[in-house]
Design a protein around this ligand. Structure first.
Ligand code: ADP
Ligand code: MG
Length: 260
């Protein structure tokens, strides 16, 4: 089982959209996928059609109690894709976690406790911060998938993210790798985004996925229907891009498996 955290402390860069659609694309290839919604806003849960009333168990339980993953996971409408939804009380979890000695390892332990191996891939949708929730995700993960929005300040903040990764590696999780960086919200009518994409590739090199996610209104409409874009409109440019990205993700998985 491979665990991938989708992280960037900036909000609105496409983490949740990437989590939902890469998760859906991986499930479509026959992988058994679990998405853990670790953002108190619960956008991944809403976007996958899990109403608040249905969120009986949540990622909060996973962090502050000793439940098994199987008991907090819920199926979604997407065959092969399950979710651990997020609830509002997750916003208090960072404070509550301070009381635990192993506060950075709560999620890691929860995943390790799960011996049934029900899933091939676990995706963690992180909140927009580098607090304890994201740290729990980084300690639990084999690798990070980092969405980067094609905007002028794209690289700003990345050094902070990378130094956090470095700290997690040296203290808790030496094997943590960067699966890849994906450029999101690419707008071909805007020449600045080309410049940004060139700069990012010049600085980061091959860690950047070839696939670029275009700015596409269908991607932003889909969540209000409680569906992944890949199901809401599987032929829109955004969906096609996420299918291509999932292919690249699959190509990079064997390296992780060796390390895992
Ligand atoms: P994050 O999880 O990083 O905060 P989201 O995935 O929630 O980011 O995206 C922020 C907003 O932008 C959401 O309303 C989402 O629907 C929209 N969005 C994300 N990716 C795209 C895209 N490629 N094109 C158009 N809208 C997008
Ligand atoms: Mg989000």
């Amino acid at each position: 089982m491979i665990c991938i955290a989708i992280a960037n402390q900036k909000g609105g860069v496409g983490k949740t959209t990437t989590a939902i659609n890469v998760g859906t694309a991986l499930a479509a290839t026959g992988q058994r996928v679990l998405l853990i919604d670790l953002d108190p806003q619960g956008n991944a849960s809403t976007g996958l059609g899990i109403s608040r009333a249905e969120r009986e168990h949540s990622s909060y339980d996973l962090l502050v109690t000793d439940v098994d993953l199987v008991d907090v996971a819920t199926p979604t409408k997407v065959p092969g894709l399950d979710i651990v939804p997020a609830t509002q009380d997750l916003s208090g979890a960072e404070i509550e976690l301070i009381e635990f000695d192993a506060r950075t390892h709560r999620l890691d332990s929860a995943i390790a406790r799960h011996h049934a191996q029900r899933w091939d891939v676990i995706l963690i949708d992180c909140p927009p911060s580098l607090g304890l929730l994201t740290i729990n995700a980084m300690v639990a993960a084999h690798a990070l998938l980092v969405p980067l929005q094609c905007e002028f300040f794209a690289l700003e903040g990345l050094s902070q993210l990378l130094s956090t990764v470095e700290r997690i590696r040296s203290r808790f999780n030496p094997g943590l790798s960067i699966l890849g960086v994906v450029l999101t919200m690419y707008d071909r009518r805007n020449r600045l985004t080309d410049q940004v994409s060139d700069d990012v590739r010049a600085v980061l090199g091959r860690v950047v996925f070839d696939t670029v996610i275009p700015r596409n209104v269908r991607l932003s409409e889909a969540p209000s229907h409680g569906l992944p874009a890949l199901i809401y409109d599987h032929r829109c440019p955004g969906s096609e891009a996420y299918i291509a990205l999932a292919r690249e993700v699959i190509d990079r998985l064997p390296k992780l498996k060796k390390a895992a």
